[in-house]
Design a binder for this molecule. Structure first.
Ligand SMILES: Nc1ncnc2c1ncn2[C@@H]1O[C@H](COP(=O)(O)OP(=O)(O)OP(=O)(O)O)[C@@H](O)[C@H]1O
Ligand SMILES: [Mg+2]
Length: 408
């Protein structure tokens, strides 16, 4: 069985949590103050980017100091009542076995919808009179919704980890997994993770799990990942275009090299066009496109470009009828692809994929293909859930609109 390495190598004690030394020191100092009297600020608000160790730090702290951790996360915040119930449970009763208690409201960005004002007010009330230390965690502490709450908290900032710190951790994991890893490969993975330890470990596992060796070439694939996605997107747009014009547009709007694109289409057509007659006719279009490609190459007559383009896109797409059969397994990715008009938007899709991936422990690619279509549906019909999910995933307004398809 494959255990996700982010769980297998989750730090148990504070000393295993890498980086953010200042933040950890401040947290320790604050919690020690509780031994005397409650400190001036009875709550901490830890904030910072995903995957930097905010949650594991609090868990490790409770472990190290032998505190009973009473923990909640976004799923407990669906209504103000739910927040109240958790908070009441956390603050009211004495602890079992006489342990001291640490109350954690994790992922408070997820307090949403009807729970929004009420839920945050409940937490503020509890902080004012709590006898147990309370820690809150958010990605963005400066969200205006937290302005009142903030006044009662000491703020602790978590930063993205440095590339070298992450690479060192990856090296350690490789040693424990018995993988001989090229340090350059680890550096590349660390760099691509942009300070997010969770993302780095997930990428490492995707690339190295089950291997004895991790070479730079294995990791270099990360660099071409965006590129590959881009080609897949264009392919889908051409194969599943609703009209010949949109098939053509797919090729015009990308900066994928056209000769390469032709190769890709040629390679993939047989897998998609099942009817032999249709396949023959689509291949005929490829052949014609290739004829024009040859003419352009020999005559340098670039005005022939439009024919080259027309045949390979509109021609291919018009050759087969599958798209008229309604639903196909590729429909969702192709709709997403149709939306990705510019490079910036493709970047956006990738960014959304990454954020979903971090939460759901899947690749950005899979997130884009498997999750976004469902998110779109949910976002379109249920504004309440949209708000909650968007906060949980850390999506901004622009991303939400993109998913809903407002800019289409
Ligand atoms: N500083 C770190 N040291 C060691 N491992 C880490 C660190 N940060 C993250 N990880 C790894 O990533 C996983 C996720 O970390 P964690 O849940 O603490 O992130 P987070 O900062 O709470 O992110 P989010 O904002 O998404 O909740 C951990 O289980 C651990 O494997
Ligand atoms: Mg967390």
């Amino acid at each position: 069985m494959h255990v996700p390495w982010i769980f297998k190598y989750k730090p148990k004690t504070l000393s295993e949590v890498i980086g953010n030394e200042d933040a950890k020191k401040k947290i320790l100092k604050w919690i020690k103050e509780w031994d005397e009297n409650p400190p001036e600020k009875r709550a901490l608000l830890i904030y910072g980017p995903p995957g930097t160790g905010k949650t594991v730090t609090v868990e490790a702290l409770a472990h190290d100091l032998d505190l009973e951790l009473v923990q909640s996360n976004a799923s407990n915040y669906r209504t103000a009542d739910a927040v109240q119930r958790f908070a009441g449970r956390a603050s009211r009763y004495g602890t079992l076995f006489g342990k001291k208690r640490l109350i954690l409201f994790d992922e408070i960005d997820g307090i949403t919808g009807s729970a929004d004002r009420g839920g945050l007010r409940v937490i503020t009330q509890i902080i004012k009179k709590t006898d147990s230390p309370i820690i809150l965690i958010a990605n963005d502490a400066y969200n205006p919704r937290f302005s009142t709450l903030r006044k009662f908290c000491q703020l602790i900032k978590f930063k993205r980890l440095r590339k070298t710190q992450i690479a060192r951790l990856l090296a350690k994991i490789c040693t424990m997994e018995g993988i001989q890893a090229d340090p350059e490969a680890l550096k590349l993975i660390a760099e691509r993770a942009n300070g997010d330890v969770r993302a780095a470990i997930n990428d490492l596992q995707a690339l190295a799990d089950g291997k004895k060796k991790l070479t730079f070439d294995d990791a270099a694939w990360l660099r071409s990942r965006d590129r590959k996605e881009e080609i897949f997107n264009v392919l889908r747009r051409i194969f599943y275009a609703g009209s010949v014009r949109s098939a053509l547009r797919a090729a015009q709007e990308t900066d994928v090299d056209l000769d390469m694109l032709l190769e890709w289409i040629y390679e993939n057509l047989p897998y998609h066009v099942k009817d032999p007659k249709e396949l023959a006719s689509a291949m005929e279009m490829i052949a014609l496109a290739d004829v024009y490609r040859g003419r352009i190459a020999t005559t340098q007559n670039w005005s022939l470009m439009r024919y080259y383009l027309d045949f390979m896109t509109a021609g291919v797409s018009a050759s087969w009828s599958r798209k008229s059969h309604g639903w196909t397994p590729f429909r969702f990715p192709s709709r997403i692809a149709t939306m990705s008009r510019s490079k910036a938007e493709r970047g956006m899709l990738r960014e959304i994929g990454l954020r979903i991936g971090r939460r759901c422990h899947i690749s950005a690619d899979r997130a884009a293909k498997d999750v976004i279509p469902f998110l779109r549906l949910i976002f379109q019909i249920n504004p309440e859930m949209r708000k909650g999910l968007a906060r949980w995933l850390g999506l901004n307004e622009e991303m939400i609109n993109y998913i809903i398809g407002k800019d289409q």
